[in-house]
Design a protein around this ligand. Structure first.
Ligand code: GLV
Ligand code: MN
Ligand code: MN
Length: 404
């Protein structure tokens, strides 16, 4: 918990926690965790995209590696636990193994991914995509709000954008990936359980929708002659909310909006907004996107503005692996808690790691279900429970896991 507090103080902004990809704050957080990893007997390396990897060797003759971890980047004005908790719980387990001078029949690598939230480039999972071998090289020319290209940000962080493919893990070398994460929802709290096992992770689409109207004088252009891009965007935003309310299981969010030129006495000429659409069922997510696309173009036609619809990123829903779920069930029973399964509405590095290997996730109870917010909170006892469960998971894995 002290480590989580320490990491939360490492921010780009003085009064709140914001840690974007490839920033000085991320570098400091990464180096801080690297120090803890070394002290826990791990060999530490940084890959080209800026992921930190701590490796704890297995017993003599071990050939395969189990991957653990989560991310160190954050959203804007974030909480302390979304991401760091998964890194720190994995680190605590390795620390205990090291203290007991125990080697398992496989190596462990703890990943602290450099970008899961996508705050800087609006694309999630830059870190895990490199490890899973699914990094899309066209991302390298994306630019951030300051006009800095992703390739340049990677260079400034110490990596070589041309060498990203070398950091992909080979599926044959890894046993699986297990991520501990704060639940970010209210389910475990309502059930009075410290931990739960994730069954599946919802699919997600991230889009950018741009509205081009006509800027003009707020005092002279009559209402019926306006082509107000912000009013068109506003109408669309309310239709997003309405559609999501009408369709079971669908969540849709406009979280970012920019109006140009941006003055109180100027009619907005251009608006860019983000759109985030999620559903456990990929077909229903795709149907919702079609309906929203039609809606946007209808609004644009009626209001004589031009709309541009751009998909930034899409991830399909992911099923956690049944055999890893079983290992987690046994671990939870061993530690003495009731086993509960739940789906994840939030995206996680496990989504991308599922393209490389079998994945599992352990959720930790979250106060009032609040996350992506500074009030995010977990209890000391629940973190202790998560460490005990992950430790037991590693032990059972070592004794009766797959043939290694
Ligand atoms: C990550 O936190 C996401 O679900 O957007
Ligand atoms: Mn998050
Ligand atoms: Mn997260």
């Amino acid at each position: 918990m002290e480590r989580a507090d320490g990491l939360a103080a490492i921010s780009e902004e003085p009064a709140r926690l914001t840690r974007r990809f490839a920033t000085a704050a991320l570098k400091l957080a990464t180096n801080t965790v690297a120090g803890w990893m070394r002290a826990a007997g791990m060999q530490v390396r940084h890959d080209n995209v800026g992921n930190l990897v701590g490796r704890y060797e297995g017993a003599h003759g071990a050939t395969k590696t189990l991957l653990l971890g989560s991310h160190l980047d954050s959203v804007r004005d974030a909480g302390k636990y979304d991401g760091p908790l998964g890194v720190l719980v994995a680190l605590a387990c390795v620390e205990r193994l090291n203290a007991r001078e125990l080697r398992l029949p496989f190596a462990i690598e703890v990943f602290a991914f450099a970008d899961e939230e996508g705050l800087r480039y609006h694309t999630a999972y830059l870190g895990s995509n490199v490890v899973a071998g699914s990094f899309d090289p066209t991302y390298l020319s994306l630019v951030d709000a300051d006009g800095i290209a992703l390739a340049d940000a990677i260079r400034a962080f110490g990596g070589d954008p041309a060498a990203l493919t070398q950091d992909a893990r080979r599926p044959d070398d890894v046993l699986g990936y297990c991520e501990v994460h704060i639940e970010q929802g209210p389910v475990l709290e309502a059930l009075d359980l410290p931990v739960g096992i994730v069954t599946a992770i919802a699919g997600q689409s991230r889009l950018e929708v741009t509205w081009q109207g006509q800027a003009g004088h707020a005092g002279t252009v009559p209402m019926h002659l306006r082509r107000d891009a912000l009013c068109a965007a506003a109408e669309f935003m309310l239709s997003v909310e309405q559609l999501a309310e009408e369709r079971a299981g669908l969540v849709a969010t406009v979280g970012q909006i920019a109006a140009e030129p941006g003055a109180s006495n100027v009619i907005p000429g251009r608006v860019t907004l983000s759109l985030d659409v999620r559903h456990q069922d990929d077909a229903l997510r795709e149907q919702a996107l079609e309906a929203l696309h039609d809606q946007a173009f209808k609004i644009a036609t009626r209001r004589h503005v031009v709309v541009q619809w751009q998909t930034v990123q899409e991830s399909r829903s992911v099923l956690c692996s049944p055999w890893l779920i079983e290992q987690l069930e046994r671990a939870i029973e061993h530690v003495g808690y009731a086993v509960h399964h739940l789906p994840s509405g939030a995206g996680h590095d496990a989504v991308v790691m599922a393209g490389l290997t079998d994945v599992a996730m352990l959720f930790v109870r979250c106060k009032a279900g609040v996350s992506h917010h500074p009030a995010e909170s977990v209890m000391l006892e629940d973190v202790a429970a998560a460490i005990a469960v992950l430790e037991s998971f590693l032990a059972s894995f070592a004794s009766d896991g797959p043939t290694l």
